[in-house]
Design a protein around this ligand. Structure first.
Ligand code: FAD
Ligand code: N01
Length: 566
């Protein structure tokens, strides 16, 4: 390979520090850096506020943190050497192992030298006259780049409710997404966990078995958790996976959810409960997300969903010894899977322990945090430690946390006042040359994310290559394309049961956020076909501009190169 300038000798001097700046060094940012730097030969800088790579797996170090995508597909598929080099130890590996995998990927691809750690992007402004991005960081530096690519994660801005007196607590407290790097000792401590989402469901059994004096769980809404059935993988498992990698990844990359499962087409409508149980029982025993794919109309048919929900409720009742407590743990307020469905290991059994109790905060709301604990409408509970497993300002939170300003100073916050508006979850009208990996209105969190991440990174990299090779300076979705994608997103969501739940998919976990279904539910398979076709049709729905003068203002021309094959 040799580096060749594709611009003529008349090009003006380089005005940018980098061809592309990427924010974030998790699964998304690492792969995007590799594609742009190593395959296109562009100059790229990744800016990451953590001290190391890993993203989600750097921050979420709480006991019990593990993925619930199966390990053999919770990884990159693009690099055979990485696939050969790495062995997963379990069906769902723990956080340290996923982090170790991403560290290995960064080392294997020699990515660290282009990542600036411990640095947060605070502002990114599009400079209309130059047609480039100015990116400001918390260390007072500014860099200029032609492309601005966000790889900031859908679940990376932790959310703690604004409980009165929260700072007054004199014990130890933290959010699970900001877990300390040193071990945390729960032994003989009075511990509170607030929140029973996927995180709470993972950490609660772990704390309960760490010899606390007592564990008290504050639950607002019970969840439907399905057994993970985690187990170690042995050499035979790994050999079988290796032998079938092509089929496994083909299936995952062409499926509706990014998991290597065949689509389901059956319905439970009209089936007796006995018949439904007969179908669900083997999937329950198998564990994992395939359970969700027993019936194809789970999230579109209220009747099917109610039958599956009732099956899970019955399992909870069978597991929890105290019938009154079991009823508190049984969800009735939403349809199964309309909130992100967690997998669990021993979650419900944990409530059979004498040293674990549940406070239902719908009955006795949290009034305030006090220096010694949590006061509800009923009593004051004293604690040494409080763990907030209260989730994230998801999907848009981390993007809006950066002050992103597009053309004519339009801020992303203003643009998204009534909810996100994007074209394909990849680009935003008014924000040229900005791409959002797993942005809102793309399938992202409704899928096994490494699959969606690979699709996005590859699409963005191809688009950048197209621009560079064809001397196109700017790419920007048209207003019409963006509006039509936003309407399509809403219409598809309205055909499902999802909008009936108060969920973070609907932004309802964050006060004052506009209620709108934010990921794209049309299916990752159809979505991937759509973005591929858009590219094949010359980036249909995007306006491609050859010179910034076309914007009506004279600008400098930065220099870009792509690698040419020998
Ligand atoms: P992230 O991993 O979130 O990385 C984003 C990075 O951007 C972070 O390191 C952050 O520090 C950095 N960043 C953000 N803003 C700035 C800024 N302004 N300046 C500098 N840096 C910034 N998904 C699945 O598909 N399967 C699973 O099993 C699964 N398990 C999960 C378990 C937990 C506990 C959580 C929280 C999420 C899980 N997810 C899972 C979702 C997970 O987030 C994705 O799978 C994936 O890790 C996302 O990678 P990413 O690179 O897009 O984002
Ligand atoms: O966050 P959540 P999470 N008073 O928002 C409660 C991924 N993930 O960190 O349901 C009292 O789901 C809130 O109650 P309610 C996965 O995508 C994956 O658990 O809103 N309680 C809820 O119980 C997941 O979906 C994995 O009524 C309050 C909890 O806090 C996403 O990350 C593991 C409250 C928050 O649940 C987020 O999961 C972990 C208040 N004021 C995470 N405010 C795996 O793959 C909030 N709550 C295994």
């Amino acid at each position: 390979m040799s580096e060749t300038s594709i611009r003529g000798s008349s090009e003006s001097p380089e005005q940018t520090d980098y061809d592309a700046v990427i924010v974030g060094a998790g699964f998304s940012g690492l792969y995007e850096l590799h594609r742009l730097r190593d395959e296109l030969g562009l100059s790229v800088k990744v800016i990451e506020k953590a001290s190391d790579v890993g993203g989600t797996w750097y921050w979420n170090r709480y006991p019990g943190a593990r993925c619930d995508s199966e390990s053999h597909v919770y990884c990159y598929s693009f690099n055979d050497e990485l696939l050969d080099e790495w062995d997963w130890s379990e069906r769902y590996p723990e956080q340290p192992e996923v982090l170790e995998y991403l560290r290995l990927a960064a080392d294997h691809l020699d990515l660290r030298r282009d990542i600036e750690f411990d640095t947060e992007v605070t502002t990114a402004e599009f400079d209309d006259s130059a047609g480039t991005w100015k990116i400001h960081t918390d260390d007072g530096e500014t860099v200029r780049s032609q492309f601005f690519i966000t790889a900031v994660g859908c679940l990376s801005k932790p959310f703690i409710p604004d409980f009165e007196g929260i700072e007054s607590f004199e014990g130890w407290w933290t959010h699970t997404g900001k877990w300390p790097h040193d071990p945390v000792d729960f032994e003989d401590k009075q511990v509170a966990v607030v929140g029973t989402g996927a995180t709470g469901i993972q950490i609660i059994p772990e704390i309960a078995t760490s010899n606390p004096a007592h564990l008290t769980v504050f639950q607002r809404t019970p969840n439907y958790a399905v057994p993970a059935r985690n187990r170690p993988l042995d050499e035979d498992d790994r050999a079988e996976i290796r032998d079938n990698y092509d089929e496994i990844f083909d299936l995952a990359h062409s499926s509706g959810f990014g998991h290597p499962f065949e689509a389901a087409y059956d319905t439970a409508e009209g089936l007796s409960m006995e018949e439904v149980e007969k179908r669900l029982e083997p999937r329950w025993e198998e564990g994992g997300f395939r359970f969700m794919l027993t019936f194809g109309d789970l999230v579109t048919s209220a009747e099917t969903n109610e039958k599956v929900s009732e099956f899970i409720r019955q399992k909870i009742r069978e597991t929890v010894d105290d019938p009154d407590l079991a009823e508190k743990l049984v969800p009735r307020d939403h349809y199964y899977a309309t909130k992100r469905p967690p997998l669990h290991t021993d979650y419900y059994r944990t409530y059979n322990r004498d040293d674990v109790s549940l406070v239902d905060v719908t009955e006795t709301p949290i009034e305030r945090i006090t220096p010694s604990g949590i006061r509800t409408s009923e009593t004051e509970h004293e604690f040494d430690m409080i763990v907030y497993a209260t989730g994230f300002d998801a999907m848009t939170g981390t993007l809006l946390q950066m002050d992103i300003q597009g053309r004519n100073g339009l801020t992303l916050e203003e643009k998204w006042e009534d909810g996100p508006k994007t074209y394909l979850g990849l680009g935003i009208h008014g924000f040229p040359n900005m791409f959002t990996i797993t942005g809102p209105q793309s399938p992202s969190v409704l899928t096994n994310m490494p699959v969606s991440i690979e699709h996005h990174v590859e699409w963005i990299s191809d688009a950048v290559e197209h621009l560079v090779r064809n001397d196109i300076r700017l790419i920007e979705p048209t207003k019409e394309a963006e509006e039509s994608w936003t309407v399509h997103n809403r219409q598809v969501a309205e055909q499902t049961l999802y909008p009936t739940a108060d969920s973070w998919y609907m932004n309802q976990n964050i006060p004052d956020k506009p209620t709108v279904f934010t990921p794209y539910i049309g299916g990752a398979d159809l979505y991937h076909d759509t973005i591929r076709e858009v590219a094949e049709k010359g980036y249909e729905g995007f306006e491609l501009t050859e010179s910034v003068t076309n914007l009506g203002q004279q600008g400098e021309q930065p220099r870009l190169r792509v690698m040419e094959g020998d």
